[in-house]
Each structure stands twice: as C-alpha cells, then as structure tokens.
Ligand binder design. Structure first.
Ligand code: HEM
Ligand SMILES: CC(C)=CCC/C(C)=C/CC/C(C)=C/COP(=O)(O)OP(=O)(O)O
Length: 307
C-alpha cells in the first residue's frame, strides 16, 4: 500500500506591497508633492531652472512624507484599531508588525532627509523637510489625543511642503513663500473640520480630541468653524498677488474657486449631513488643485514662455 507523503508547506512571509503603499498615505502624499512642486516652480530663479533638482526634491520630500505617515500609523495603531475608518489598516489588521513599520518609517524619513541634503546644493530643503516630519510625527500625532488645537498645530507641517520646494529651488526662504504657506495653513481647517464631523463618532471611539467630539451644540460649532475658516481662506487666497508671488490672472481665476468652496462650507454649516460634509471635502481638494494650477499658470509659465 502506497504511503501518502504529508504535505509540508514552507511558509515564506509575503511582503505585501499594497500594505506598505497604504502605510505611506499615498493620496495625501501625492497632493503634498503637488504643493512641493508649486513651491519649487514659483521659487526657482528663471535663468537657473533645474529640472534635475525638482526631481530630487520630489523624491526626497516624498520619502519624508511617506516615512512620516508610516510612523503616524505606528503611533496610532491602538487608536486605529478602535475606529471603523482605520481598523483595517495594515497594523491594526495584523498584516504587518510594529517593528517592520518603525523600520520602514525611520528608513524612509531619515533616508529622505539625507537624500535632500546630499542631492541639493543647499541644506535648506533638507532642514525644512526634517522640521515637517518631526512636527507631523512627534508633535501633531501625540497632540491628537490631548487637545482640540491639534488640527491648528497639524496644519503647520501640512503647510510646509511648498516651503520645502521653495528652499530646494533657491536655497533660502524669501517673504513671498509665506503666501503659499498661509493658503495651505488656512485651507486645512475647513478641509479637516468637515472630515472630523463626518467621522466624529469614530474619533470619539479612538479617543481623539477633534472639534466635533467636544462640540456640544449638535455640530453647529464645527459647521461654523468650517465656514469661518473658509471665509478667512477667501482673503488669504489673494496673498500671492499681494506679495508679488503671482499676478492678476491668478487672482481673477482663484477668487471664484474660493467663493465656490466657501459656498459649500456655508451650506455645510447650515445643513450638516454626510452629503454636505463630503461636498466640503471634495470642494477642498478641487480648490487646492485649482489654486495650485493657477499659481503655475500665472506665476510660472510666463517666465518660461518669455512674456
Ligand atoms: C490638519 C491637517 C490635515 C488633516 C487632519 C487631514 C486629514 C485627512 C483625513 C482623515 C482624510 C481622509 C478622509 C476620508 O477617508 O474620507 C483626508 C483626506 C485627504 N487629504 Fe487631508 N488632512 C490634513 C491636511 C492635508 C494636507 C496638507 C494635504 C495635502 C496637501 C491633504 C490632502 C488630502 C487628500 C488628497 C485627501 C483625499 C484622499 C484620501 O481620502 O485619502 N490633507 N485628510
Ligand atoms: C515632507 C512632506 C512633504 C511632508 C508632508 C506633510 C504632510 C502632508 C502632512 C499632512 C498633515 C496631516 C495632519 C495629515 C493627515 O492627518 P492624520 O495623519 O491625522 O490622518 P489619519 O486620521 O488618517 O491618521
């Protein structure tokens, strides 16, 4: 009688690329890199535009953004397990180990800063990127569980990417770049307050001190915080023209985007439901892409087209 050989399987741990990609928050990182590129393009002196430096900047800043996000996943693995939106992330779902994520995050973050320092003529962009990463991971992330002000503080690293691009192109910081910083800084408040309202029950479960979790007025405070900060954004949208980083074509194109976005925020403040909140979230992304495109079209293209 023939004996049946027992089937022995060699278990080879599978590197799941999709999980590592998810750890880098690729959509947020891509949008942040758009703002890095716009900062670079606006900051670059015409005569010395260097496409190679732009590519190095995007690689290095992309590594820092990706590493920071991985470390944010690691720091929030327990809270993420309690929230529906994040429970299936690679760490709470057990598809990667905490040690792997720390190694991945530190390697990308440190590697990205080193890459910028080595590949660019000035250390300014590497310093700005290191500051961005540290503020995001070591200041903003722990503050999410401590104070509602976390969003305002988190908006600082979120607004630094155009400064990284500007530093990479010029090697220094000049006043015009702060108009880009200001747009990004203020933009994040309506962008996130609507999201925070959308996921308010989740954030409460995760112990995150977001505005709607502490808002005892049935979301009215969060709604009007969204509309008010978007109202401020309408004025800040004019800053690049006011400081000479862009011209009138930008302004005439950007103000309608800001008014359109504000209308969505006011609608959300008046009628708070998942649909109006998502309209603000989508509106925020359209506003940002529109304004970034206009900055390039008005502030940058004419320089290279010889006008
Ligand atoms: C205080 C700062 C910020 C916070 C707390 C925040 C938080 C979030 C959250 C939780 C989502 C997911 C919404 C969902 O799953 O429905 C989201 C979406 C998004 N955010 Fe932000 N964000 C901030 C700043 C930024 C910045 C600086 C950028 C890039 C410039 C950005 C770009 C995006 C994009 C592109 C999406 C849509 C893609 C996606 O759903 O993953 N955010 N944001
Ligand atoms: C070097 C470089 C370009 C850095 C990029 C910096 C950057 C885009 C920071 C994003 C800011 C931010 C608070 C994002 C998401 O919130 P969250 O992490 O709290 O979202 P979650 O609730 O989904 O975890």
């Amino acid at each position: 009688m023939a004996t049946v050989e027992p089937i022995t399987e060699t278990v080879v741990p599978k590197l799941r690329v999709a999980d590592y990609v998810e750890l880098t928050k690729p959509r947020i990182a891509t949008m942040a890199l758009v703002t890095v590129a716009v900062g670079f393009l606006l900051g670059a002196p015409t005569a010395e535009f260097r496409a190679d430096l732009l590519v190095h900047t995007l690689i290095g800043a992309g590594m820092v953004a990706a590493g920071g996000s991985a470390l944010n996943h690691w720091l929030e693995r327990r809270a993420d397990a309690r929230m529906h939106r994040t429970a299936n992330r690679p760490l709470p779902a057990g598809r990667v180990t905490p040690a792997e994520v720390v190694a991945f995050g530190v390697a990308l973050g440190v590697g990205g800063v080193a890459y910028l320092a080595l590949m660019l003529p000035s250390p300014a962009a590497a310093i700005a990127a290191a500051l961005t990463g540290v503020l995001y991971v070591a200041v903003y992330t722990p503050l999410k569980r401590m104070t509602t002000w976390n969003t305002v503080i988190g908006a600082v690293p979120g607004a630094l990417p155009p400064v990284i691009g500007w530093c990479a192109a010029r090697g220094d910081v000049t006043p015009q770049v702060w108009s880009l910083f200001a747009i990004l800084f203020v933009w994040q408040l309506p962008h996130f307050y609507s999201i925070a309202w959308l996921y308010r029950h989740d954030y409460a479960r995760g112990g995150m001190k977001m505005l709607p979790v502490l808002d005892h007025s049935d979301g009215r405070l969060t709604g009007w915080a969204t509309a008010l900060t978007c109202g401020v954004l309408l004025f800040v949208t004019a800053a690049p023209t006011a400081v000479g980083a862009a011209g009138w074509v930008y302004l005439v194109g950007a103000i309608p985007f800001a008014v359109w976005f504000l209308a969505r925020c006011v609608r959300f403040a008046m009628v708070r439901n998942d649909r109006t909140a998502r309209t603000v979230l989508r509106g925020s992304l359209v506003y940002l892409l529109g304004v970034m495109a206009l900055l390039v079209a008005d502030g940058v293209l004419p320089r290279y087209l010889g006008n």
